[in-house]
Design a protein around this ligand. Sequence first.
Ligand SMILES: Cc1cc2nc3c(=O)[nH]c(=O)nc-3n(C[C@H](O)[C@H](O)[C@H](O)COP(=O)(O)O)c2cc1C
Length: 459
Amino acid sequence: MSSRTRSLKIAYSAWPTGRHASAWRLPEAFNGGTVDPVYLADTVRTAERGLFDYYFAGNAISSTADAQRSWHNDVFKIEGFTLASYAAAITRHIGLVVTVNSTYAEPYDTARAIVSLDHLSGGRAGLNIVTGVEGIDAPAQNYGQAKHLGRADKYGRAEEFLEIIQSLSDSWESDYFVDDREAGVFIDATKGHPIGFEGQHYTVKGALNVPRPPQGQVPIVHAGSSEQSFAYGARHADIRFSPFVSTDWNRDYYKRVKGLLPQYGRDPDDQFIIPGITFYVAGTAAEAHAKFREVQNLVVTQYAPAQVGDLVGVDVRSIPPREKIVSVFDEAVFTRHPWLGTALAAFGDETVTLQDLFHYISNKGHLNQPPVVGSGKQVARWIADNFEARAFDGVKLFPPYARTPLDAFVDLVVPELQRLGVYKTAYEASTLRGHLGLPIPANRYAARRETPARVKIPA
Ligand SMILES: Cc1cc2nc3c(=O)[nH]c(=O)nc-3n(C[C@H](O)[C@H](O)[C@H](O)COP(=O)(O)O)c2cc1C
């Protein structure tokens, strides 16, 4: 086991129009953030004010206007490297993670972009590799293909994709630069290495036309839910981006995912499991629950009892929608469906009606990824408890709307986490590897030359 002290990580996921389908309808919501440089700058600066470990740019490579009905973030998504480069220029410490879909991206282009970002940010870049969702063909159709690849092919590509990026990252040894003006020697050509990669999916000669990144290798993030994804993450990922379902579910997940690492010769502490979670935080618990309820009441849909009934396994078609669920469902139903208790907790009391429940389930994501609602103190306690129970190593904020939820978290939750002693009170490093406590790996080409491997903890 590693001797590093376990410390809570916090990240922010850029969802400019929020992670809730109807919260954008709140009077105070700001909905123009998708491409607004002032808003985007505000969010990354606020995340840095909260000492967050990284700012995360998700990825989408197709668009549908219909998504506005359910998931308006799927209509527009600003390009991640562009966003992260912009963020790099206005911050000093926060890590910057960019998502790339390896089924469609070119590894040489991706290596150039992520290594360049690592230079421009002073060692703060991270790469989230995703592979695309089975059965969703719209992205394929933007890349000259009719259908998304099957799992075997997409993970075959993902393996080669990362191998190429990591070889290219090493393709210039750090001491390549001679700058000998008298002798007229600019670089030491023996320090640059063609990678000569020939695989099933890619052929890349190299070397990269950007010097080795300050972090040596940028940290790798991975998300997915198939067995292939778990194997890929266990082999390569420094951070696994996961869902949060419940403390019990996540403790099992944590054990299972970390348990895979030794099979690949890795220490379980060398990977961080960080789920995305939506928080509703306010000065008091009552205000937070009231805001959550206000958001639910904005759901644009007609009450459909059959949907509630199908989910819970009880026919509620003849029951008035204003009936309280605690009077309609008996204890056995609550035991069979623990998410009903989670829904009650989010609303904050037992006045939840069938109609409220319908609103709750209408928001994509609530069932599998319930929100956490409360005062700053309560939310901090919840995070600290789950961190200590090893349900996760940190949390990534999925703001329900823009922009007050991020400020509320930084102003109300972060100080409480600090008071509880589970979160840092100042940045202790200025690289993403530094935030994660990961050493800089030796350059494979330098190591092959029998230069002693230089392993140092970045500042
Ligand atoms: C928690 C989580 C977050 C994800 N985030 C993204 C994302 O930002 N962009 C994306 O294209 N796919 C995202 N995905 C999709 C996965 O990376 C992956 O493409 C999908 O789960 C299918 O792979 P699988 O068949 O191995 O599960 C996410 C998946 C999970 C579980």
